[in-house]
Design a protein around this ligand. Structure first.
Ligand SMILES: C[S@@+](CC[C@H](N)C(=O)[O-])C[C@H]1O[C@@H](n2cnc3c(N)ncnc32)[C@H](O)[C@@H]1O
Ligand code: SF4
Length: 409
């Protein structure tokens, strides 16, 4: 949940959605995202909408973590009123942050219970929470499992102390791998580790060691992200001052190839440019719901939602969020209606990053010509192309952003 919010049209105080959006409900899978905007400390690279206790104090606001679950439950009830009483079993729930596991496990379980009470969970629903490795222990994980969570996503980032230090991570090397073992012992079937590559000062060997350490823990899912230097972060200030070098695209490409090699050899296959899983059942269904343009309600400060071609986003600050709910107003700050062309472009942007690719008939004439060139350049795979789909090759994945840019024309 990046921190910048787009401008958009106003949302009515009761949050009511246009009839055309509601009429599409139930046609696509429905999921719930819950944002928890608190972190113990801020990592230098991160511009997610999250606040440390010090940041909250210095902005002079009272936005207590203790009452956060109450606010969230209020928004879940509000969601039910806005969406009406149509049958809408929730296929996926994802608690992200921030650091959801900074809250007591009972709070996370209570938020999930509210979703279950208001909407019902579909059979076999995927219920994930993100977790920082230093913020959980076996008892905490057991409580989550008992409360209905069945998937965990740990922010590992690296196995090397100097890389963790540059990223301002608080956990020690080895802790994320121990978390995977603790998660398995608590009965979690699905466990993801997030990794970051291309951190200044990280060598090829460091990256290989991080991948090997992650794989040694046997997660069934790995997300590997190139380090993005976000404007306004401590990392970008340090780079601007010349204290550390800028990240390098060629290094990122090399590291991606190493990731593909080691993850592939360990039986994890890519299914989205930055995501690998041991089997189709191990994929993150919640993220698949985003990538395939399904419907979801995003609860919490700054969270985005999408229902039937209407996208809206909540006020960013936890205090403004709490106040809106206390006054029985929608916490939504703005919204936009996606035109057919927006939806077409969005489908290409998202689906082209998937191993299933996107249908060629989504492309306009100029995009189709670019796709022919990308095929000739070895960026799109020949067999799916012949069958009417644009699927990135490994080389295409390295240049995914550029390929996508050309195809949306
Ligand atoms: C919502 S974030 C954080 C979850 C959790 N608080 C943690 O840090 O473990 C999810 C993931 O996004 C990735 N991420 C965040 N900022 C990034 C950046 N600037 N560049 C690359 N990856 C980033 C990290 O891998 C992180 O684990
Ligand atoms: S702990 Fe996670 S969400 Fe919080 S600042 Fe660090 S990366 Fe961002």
């Amino acid at each position: 949940m990046p921190s910048a919010l787009p401008a958009g049209e106003a949302v009515p105080a009761d949050g009511a959605l246009p009839e055309h959006a509601l009429s599409e409900l139930g046609r696509r899978p429905f999921g719930f995202y819950v944002h928890v905007p608190y972190c113990a400390t801020r990592c230098g690279y991160c511009d997610f909408n999250t606040y440390t206790a010090t940041e909250l104090r210095s902005s002079g606001t009272v936005a207590s973590q203790d009452t956060y679950a109450d606010n969230l439950v209020a928004e879940i009830r509000h969601a039910r009123r806005v969406l009406g009483d149509a049958e809408l079993p929730v296929e996926t729930v994802f608690l992200g942050g921030g650091t959801p596991t900074l809250l007591p496990a009972a709070d996370l379980v209570r938020m999930l219970a509210a979703i279950r009470d208001e909407f019902g969970l579909a059979d076999g629903a995927e219920v994930t929470t993100e977790a920082n490795p230093e913020s959980v222990d076996p008892a905490y994980l057991a409580q989550l499992r008992e409360g209905g969570f069945n998937r965990l996503s740990f922010g590992m980032q690296s196995a090397r102390p100097h890389v963790l230090e540059l990223l301002d991570r608080r956990h020690t090397p080895g802790r994320p791998e121990a978390c995977v073992a603790e998660a398995r012992a608590a009965g979690f079937e699905h466990v993801n580790l997030d990794l970051i590559y291309g951190t200044p000062g990280e060598s090829d060997d460091d990256w290989r060691a991080s991948l090997e350490a992650a794989l040694g823990a046997e997660p069934d899912h790995v997300s590997a992200y190139a380090l993005i230097v976000e404007e306004g972060t401590k990392l970008s200030a340090r780079i601007r001052r010349g204290e550390i070098p800028m990240t390098d695209d060629d290094v990122h490409a090399d590291r991606y190839l190493v990731a593909e090699e080691l993850l592939g050899a360990a039986g994890l296959n890519w299914y989205e440019v930055s995501n690998w899983a041991t089997a189709p059942e191990a994929r993150c269904r919640h993220n698949e719901l985003y990538w395939t343009g399904a419907d979801w309600w995003g609860a919490g400060p700054g969270a985005h939602s999408h229902v039937g071609g209407v996208r809206w986003w909540n006020v960013k600050h936890p205090a403004a969020y709490a106040q809106a709910l206390a006054e029985s107003r929608t916490p939504a700050q703005g919204r936009e209606r996606l035109a057919d062309e927006d939806r077409r472009v969005e489908r290409i942007l998202l689906e082209l990053r998937l191993s299933e690719g996107c249908p060629l008939d989504l492309l306009h004439e100029a995009g189709r010509k670019s796709a022919d060139r990308a095929l000739a350049d070895g960026l799109l795979a020949a067999e799916p192309y012949a069958a009417g789909r644009a699927v990135l090759t490994l080389r295409g994945r390295l240049l995914a952003d550029a390929v996508v840019r050309d195809l949306v024309d």
